[in-house]
Design a binder for this molecule. Structure first.
Ligand code: BJW
Length: 238
């Protein structure tokens, strides 16, 4: 059995772009801070959307289309297995805006940075499923307003979703596990410190140590698609 776990224990799993990397989805922070030809701050802020909505829509339309061409990998599948079989409390908090966790079958899941397949109407405030291109001329299915629909994505300077239940789960969990995230973006980057302060054992799995690596009790280095199934087998098999 993995240190710090009993079958009744509460587990909080935080995932980042590294979990989807093995499915062929690009991560954000490469060696020169670029992502698919864009600087994140040029497309992932409300100011960028006001300044150049065509660019921002093109960026998210392309990513939404790409999502149809990728599949969940062994890490998503192992976390879905954990969700189905772990008898204690479990919460998977993902920073990812893809739908690969739910396509693998995860249910106890929160998207803190929004979802590519949701739209949000700035005129009426409604959020709704959106699977096709959005663009600047999109019509809101709720109020019929035109040109006021944006991707339901949490950009820099905006409040992440579900912070209350996440904060409660951080304070309750016995094991905090961070997978495939660089620890560069707050508040998610600070979760390990909260969990540890309230007594959780903290484990990270990543290709390389994250920026907050020193706060974890244990770091396992490697690809998520290899490390996560092994860890889930240790937990459920033990
Ligand atoms: C592998 C792998 C493989 C690769 N296997 N691993 C201090 C405190 C609080 C806030 C701030 C603060 N300082 C600054 C802020 C503000 C800001 C912020 O954090 N800025 C930083 C740049 C410093 N934060 C915000 O504005 C947030 N809002 C906010 O703070 O509101 C106020 C608030 C305060 C207090 C409490 C609550 C609220 C909003 C942040 C929104 C982030 N949005 C983005 C883009 C939108 C989504 C999209 O377009 O897709 O979300 S930014 C981008 O980064 C995206 C990601 O979800 C996020 C995290 O990236 P992630 O997942 O870590 O990816 P990478 O690429 O960085 O790392 C991948 C990792 O995987 C690497 O380590 C690889 O090694 C690894 N890897 N292949 C395993 N196969």
């Amino acid at each position: 059995m993995v240190a710090g776990t009993e079958r009744s224990h509460a587990i909080l799993v935080l995932t980042g772009a590294g979990v989807s990397a093995d499915s062929g989805v690009a991560t954000f922070r490469g060696p020169d801070g670029l992502w698919e030809g864009h600087r994140v701050q040029d497309v992932a802020t409300p100011e960028a959307f006001q300044r150049d909505p065509d660019l921002v829509h093109a960026f998210y339309d392309a990513r939404r289309a790409k999502l149809e061409t990728v599949q969940p990998n062994a890490a998503h599948e192992a976390l879905a297995r954990l969700d189905a079989e772990w008898p204690g409390e479990l919460l998977i908090v993902t920073q990812n805006v893809d739908d690969l966790h739910e396509r693998a079958g995860a249910r106890r899941l929160l998207h803190m940075h929004g979802e590519l397949k949701l739209g949000w109407c700035l005129a009426c405030g409604e959020r709704f499923a959106w699977v096709r291109e959005m663009g600047t001329a999109a019509t809101c299915p709720s109020c019929g307003g035109v040109g006021q629909v944006r991707p339901d994505i949490v950009w820099f300077g905006e409040m992440p979703y579900e912070m209350e239940p996440i904060e409660e789960a951080l304070q309750r969990c016995h094991l905090f596990v961070s997978i495939g995230t660089s620890g560069a973006v707050y508040p998610a980057a600070g979760f390990v410190q909260t969990a540890r302060y309230y007594g959780a054992r903290c484990l990270e799995m990543n290709l390389e140590p994250s920026q907050g690596s020193m706060f974890f009790h244990e770091t396992r280095l490697g690809r998520a698609a290899e490390l996560v199934p092994r860890w889930v087998e240790e937990l459920l098999g033990g």
